[in-house]
Design a protein around this ligand. Sequence first.
Ligand SMILES: [Zn+2]
Length: 354
Amino acid sequence: MNKDKDYYKILGINASADKKEIKSAYRTLARKYHPDINQGNRLSEEKFKEIGEAYSILGDDAKKAQYDILRGLTQKKPNTSEQAKKQASEAYSEKKKPDEKKKNEPEKHPFGDAFSGFMDKIFEKPESKEPQKQQQDKKPQPVKGEDITTNVSITVVEAHNGTVRKINILHTEICPKCKGKRHFNGGTCAICKGNGEISNHKKLSVKIPPNVSAGTKIRIAGEGNRGQNGGANGDLFLVVNIIKNSIFEFENLNVLCEIPITPSEAALGAEIIIPTIDGHINMKIPSETHSGQKFRLAGEGIPDSNTAKRGDQLVTVKIEIPPGLTNKEKELYQELAKIRKFNPRENIVFEKNL
Ligand SMILES: [Zn+2]
């Protein structure tokens, strides 16, 4: 009890208010400033505490009498109840005891059991259905947020060495306006529409470890959807997709590919451009190259970030005859055949002919 505080003013009543008026004023204000309705509003919270404190004094005959005496208030209505008078004087004499009692009082009463008991009672009333519902909502079970799964495409080189990918995910987060309290300044939060959370894009830098294979799931804890009622957030799962290149095959650090060449390139030699995992490179084809011949391009394979070594690119050439030969081309091939009697199968022995 703090005699310097005007509990009547706090409840918006005058000192002559009777018990019924005090209770009614308290109920109205307590509902108005109840923390469940004004979540996150510190002013309301303070006000609510103040109202509770005022009522814990004025709603209690003995304490009210004591308070009135301390405040020097003359009761306009003579208190006819002997009991009340007795309580008043008892309360007064109690007040004269050492100060430690006074010290303890504010802690003991404003949110004491008697007070919350009364709060429960007023919220059980049919006309206060909504606050009652909100009170039930107060202790729901924590629910873990949903996991989010998304794909991440990386190159073969990145799969080997690991990489960092910036990814953009859409997940739910605590509402930045009401901080998840669903209400703001006494009303439903306009940002989250009272959900307490919002869907938001978030950019994340994700580290993909070395030597991942296609389909590897990488878990990023806590970056899924937001947990409810204090539950943990869901996780984010990245499913690794390794970008396929139809030209290349991979064997450890080596890159394998098959490159078509023309008959004249094969016969006369040429310098051709071939693709590599980094771009392209010039490759010399010597004259008299035959189909299926393999060429090694040193250091054009996969770079290993640990050893700083690079694999090779192994190129297999394949002679391809141009489609739709013209009469002129056919003539020239016939001429070539006449000039050179070449049988590439002469050393191949068929069992039949033995
Ligand atoms: Zn909000």
